[in-house]
Design a protein around this ligand. Structure first.
Ligand SMILES: Cc1ncc(COP(=O)(O)OP(=O)(O)O)c(N)n1
Ligand SMILES: Cc1ncsc1CCOP(=O)(O)O
Length: 210
């Protein structure tokens, strides 16, 4: 991972949007609020559309100076020249992803509520570990809960940035940051906000020291 990529702040994760223009317009608004990272995640689009959308986000993120992370799909990340990839338990071996990406790209893994996955991720060379769901998520209702205590535990033991995801809103995010989250990963509360740029900027403010 390059020195200039700070893994602290809002981690904006895109919604399942199949209207390409709408996705790009929404992402442009969110990027105006300066998240630390943008993740492309779309469970509804087919492969060809995922390529189109990822390539469009690649250009937007480059212009905004915000790293683009691709969810689930190492091959797509490599194809569009993304800045990194995020892998869950069914998305391939993190050590193999690290070898394919090289050291200059960001690699993150979902650890759910399982510290042993975070330890394995650290051994595989990941840049951050993600836990969740911190709260019930209407975007992914099937996501099982993860306790806040894991955030501080993982940080203390592994010395890696920790991401938290699931049901996070501006109203509860400060508590998640206080529990140790370096990255606050959010879909609905940012992308469905009346003003996504202002909402993203409000998350950013949570990380600015007084
Ligand atoms: C930052 C971050 N954390 C967790 C997830 C969830 O990943 P995964 O478990 O692979 O589930 P899906 O996103 O594929 O539904 C994430 N995407 N980003
Ligand atoms: C992908 C994912 N993994 C656990 S919860 C979740 C969805 C997060 O979306 P939201 O921020 O809208 O709750």
């Amino acid at each position: 991972m390059s020195e200039s990529m700070a893994l602290r702040g809002l981690y904006a994760v895109t919604p399942d949007e199949t209207d390409d223009e709408r996705l790009v317009a929404l992402a442009a608004q969110v990027l105006a609020g300066r998240p630390a990272l943008l993740q492309y995640r779309n469970k509804l689009a087919a492969a060809a559309q995922r390529r189109t959308q990822a390539a469009a986000l690649r250009e937007l993120c480059r212009a905004a100076g915000v790293p683009l992370i691709i969810n689930d799909d190492l091959a797509l990340a490599l194809e569009v020249g993304a800045d990194g990839v995020h892998l869950g338990r069914d998305d391939g071996d993190p050590a193999a992803a690290r070898r394919a990406l090289g050291s200059g790209c960001i690699l993150g893994v979902t650890c759910y509520a399982d510290l042993s996955r975070a330890r394995a991720g650290a051994a595989a060379g990941v840049d951050y570990v993600a836990f969740g769901a911190m709260f019930p998520s209407s975007t992914k209702p099937s996501a099982p809960p993860a306790p806040f205590s894991l955030l501080g535990q993982a940080k203390a033991e592994l010395g890696l940035p920790v991401a938290a995801i699931g049901g996070i809103t501006l109203g509860n995010a400060a508590a998640v940051v206080a529990a140790g989250a370096d990255l606050i990963a959010v879909i609905g509360d940012v992308f469905a906000a009346p003003d996504p740029a202002a909402r993203a900027a409000a998350y950013r403010a949570l990380f600015v020291s007084p």
